[in-house]
Design a protein around this ligand. Structure first.
Ligand code: NAI
Length: 446
């Protein structure tokens, strides 16, 4: 089938590459000329395991192409995906200007029937807004062309985006249009094997499903973080509690890891956006507001440990940081906990000496060159002449470090661990002071 994807970010590019792998012809459109030129030259703008090979394969087979030409994109596919960003507005609600701009491009240039599929995460009611743009523009153009608007939210996880798109656990289709449903069932046939993963519902329910999923996941994290803070105060160990509750199948082990707060481009903005959507209906979402508040507080946790350790005086200290991306296997720094930590450290007069396996370029792009940020090429180099080590992201390569090297390099044998990678008793035996999340009185015993 011929498909156009507007927006070549994490969602659009992965979706396009996976559709091309399944044999569909995909034209990707983006307004960012550098992004398009890079992709045309074989440079992949984001890090995602398996993506580079898949994009190269799609291009080599002639199934994947990139352009800035919106009109050409509209002419290409009967199916038109919208996968552009929906960043938060000043008040936290989702900014729909990019989504509606694409709707307008499609309506301005279409000369044949189109199915417009919203893959971006958009507030309930956006389907109606997209329909209104199409209807009004076509009317102005005096064109009576058939179109359908479908909500098809994306559930991929950054860091595992390719695998998630290749083997989705569900395909949500929000539509009441049989023609659109038939075409999308055909498109997704290669991904819908073994058992039917397609769930058809009305557009509003599909739009809310995406927010409900992300808000549920964010709630699980904030709940565990709240429990971890309590565990610390009560002398209990959250890791034992996690095992204890996860064994209940009604709770399960997934997504109940305490840490230094959730980040990324989705959870923070989607929780905020649903709070705003609710407000617009006059409903006060007390639970979601708390989820957000607990997370904002948790992002200051590691800085709090450092302040405690240095008795509030971080001036002139050098803090080694392992892991900058908001989670492993991505270079995405959006809303990363490491940013809250680094910015607090700089304000307190400390220098950051950091290493991340993939997010160094992105960190450099965000913060530019500054004397109090040293980005180094290995995790060992980050330790040199640093006072203490902080772990912000649980990359695999940080899980079994050579603790003797750590002790040699750090001025003080202190690890502040935002991801609970180690056993407190073992680190105590090795002579470290170990601050972790909710690990009882492990710190107090020193
Ligand atoms: P992104 O920011 O990585 O990419 C968006 C792309 O859209 C950019 O390359 C931008 O230049 C392009 N764009 C903006 N306006 C355009 C226009 N008028 N025409 C063509 N291209 C245009 O965004 P990302 O992360 O891919 O997210 C896209 C949507 O998917 C958002 O609504 C997000 O909430 C949702 N989502 C994101 C997930 C993620 O893990 N990143 C997962 C599931 C959903």
């Amino acid at each position: 089938m011929k498909v156009t994807v507007f927006g070549i970010g994490y969602v659009g590019l992965v979706q396009a590459a996976v559709l091309a792998e399944a044999g569909h012809q995909v034209c990707c459109v983006d307004v960012n000329p550098k992004r398009v030129a890079d992709l045309q030259a074989g440079i992949i703008p984001i890090y995602e395991p398996g993506l580079s090979a898949l994009v190269q394969q799609g291009v080599a087979q002639g199934l994947l192409q990139f352009t800035t030409d919106g009109a050409a994109g509209v002419a290409f596919g009967e199916l038109q995906f919208i996968a552009v960003g929906t960043p938060p507005d000043e008040d936290g609600s989702a900014d729909l200007k990019y989504v509606l701009a694409v709707a307008s491009t499609i309506a301005t240039h279409m000369t044949s029937p189109k199915v417009v599929i919203n893959k971006s995460t958009v507030p309930v009611g956006t389907g109606d807004k997209v329909k209104a743009v199409l209807t009004t523009t076509l009317k102005t153009r005096q064109q009576d062309l058939q179109f359908a608007v479908v909500s098809n939210p994306e559930f991929l996880k950054e860091g595992a985006a390719v695998a998630d798109c290749q083997r989705p656990d569900r395909i949500i289709l929000g539509t009441d249009n049989p023609w659109a449903e038939k075409l999308l069932r055909e498109l997704y046939m290669p991904f819908n094997r073994n058992h039917d993963k397609i769930i058809v519902m009305d557009i509003r329910s599909a739009e809310l499903t995406k927010y409900a999923a992300n808000c549920m996941l964010a709630t699980k994290i904030s709940f565990m973080n709240e429990m971890s803070n309590l565990a610390e105060l009560l002398g209990a160990d959250i890791e034992q509690v996690r095992h204890g509750i996860g064994s209940d199948p009604r709770i399960g082990y997934h997504f109940i890891y305490p840490g230094c707060g959730y980040g990324g481009s989705c959870f923070p903005k989607d929780v905020q956006a649903l709070i705003k959507t609710a407000e617009q209906t006059g409903y006060n979402t007390q639970l979601l507001k708390s989820v957000e508040a607990v997370n904002n507080q948790q992002k200051h946790k590691l800085f709090g440990f450092l302040q405690q350790h240095f008795a509030g005086d971080l001036q002139g200290k050098t803090i080694a940081i392992w892991g900058l991306s908001f989670k492993p296997n991505t270079d995405d720094m959006r809303e990363a906990s490491s940013r809250v930590l680094m910015e607090s450290l700089w304000q307190a007069g400390a220098t950051v000496q950091a290493f991340d396996p993939e997010a160094m370029e992105e960190t450099q792009r965000i913060y530019g060159s500054r004397a109090d940020l040293k980005l180094v090429g290995t995790k060992e180099a980050a330790l040199q002449n640093a006072d203490v080590l902080v772990i912000c992201t649980e990359w695999k390569s940080f899980r079994s470090p050579d603790f003797s090297v750590l002790k040699q390099q750090l001025k003080q044998p202190v690890i502040v661990d935002g991801r609970n990678l180690f056993e407190p008793s073992r680190l105590r035996e090795l002579g470290f002071t170990y601050y972790a999340i909710g690990r009882g009185d492990s710190v107090k015993q020193f």
